[in-house]
Write a protein that binds this ligand. Sequence first.
Ligand SMILES: Nc1ncnc2c1ncn2[C@@H]1O[C@H](COP(=O)(O)OP(=O)(O)O)[C@@H](O)[C@H]1O
Ligand SMILES: [Mg+2]
Length: 231
Amino acid sequence: MLEVNNIDLHYGAAQALWGVSLNAKLGQVTCVLGRNGVGKTSLLRAIVGQQPVSSGTISWDGKNITNLAQDARARSGIAIVPQGREIFPLLTVRENLETGFAAAGAGNRFIPNDVFELFPVLKSMLGRRGGDLSGGQQQQLAIGRAMTMRPKLLVLDEPTEGIQPSIIKDIGRAIDYLRSKGEMAIVLVEQYFEFARDLADTYAVLDRGQLVLSGNRSDMDEAHVRKHLSV
Ligand SMILES: Nc1ncnc2c1ncn2[C@@H]1O[C@H](COP(=O)(O)OP(=O)(O)O)[C@@H](O)[C@H]1O
Ligand SMILES: [Mg+2]
């Protein structure tokens, strides 16, 4: 469904990705692992259209989207849960969720019920401002907002970063539930190895802007992967 093929990505003269390829399929979680600064977020930005690639191609649902703008990609079903969450602090929880409507399309301009089943705290806080939520609640809100877009490709950038263990569990359950519905491909970027390993169907490890390891989780050499995660 998603095919990233041999992409390079630059920030000005500085190159952040070298010939990176990645696939993601419906009903599967593809984990991207790597230390700080190796290019994980850059790869996600390339997928969602926040940063142009300098070479290579990205295709989604059989179409070449390499030069498609971010809003058009969002309407074609690509949603991101960004690193640091990027909740609108002055909008209420409900309004934050409703920002997903633009990409959801006519007929889907309502908050899907499973958002509240997965994250009941959001239901009880619908009138609160996003900025008043704890970090963990904001992360749940960011996932709920992406779900409101009805994505077929969901990319999550370090959703466990700075989050307390009980909420990390809820987030893991939510990702597992979304996978089990079989209607979306999920790309999960993580540095938290055990969390990613337990959710992954396939994995890829980035180091200094290059793909150094990839495969099915069942064939993963854990020690080898961990070597690329330790500082
Ligand atoms: N907006 C930017 N401008 C210039 N350089 C950037 C920018 N964003 C990231 N970089 C650089 O690109 C490299 C990869 O960063 P990033 O993709 O954020 O890595 P990760 O998400 O794995 O921590 C780093 O060297 C980082 O400093
Ligand atoms: Mg990052």
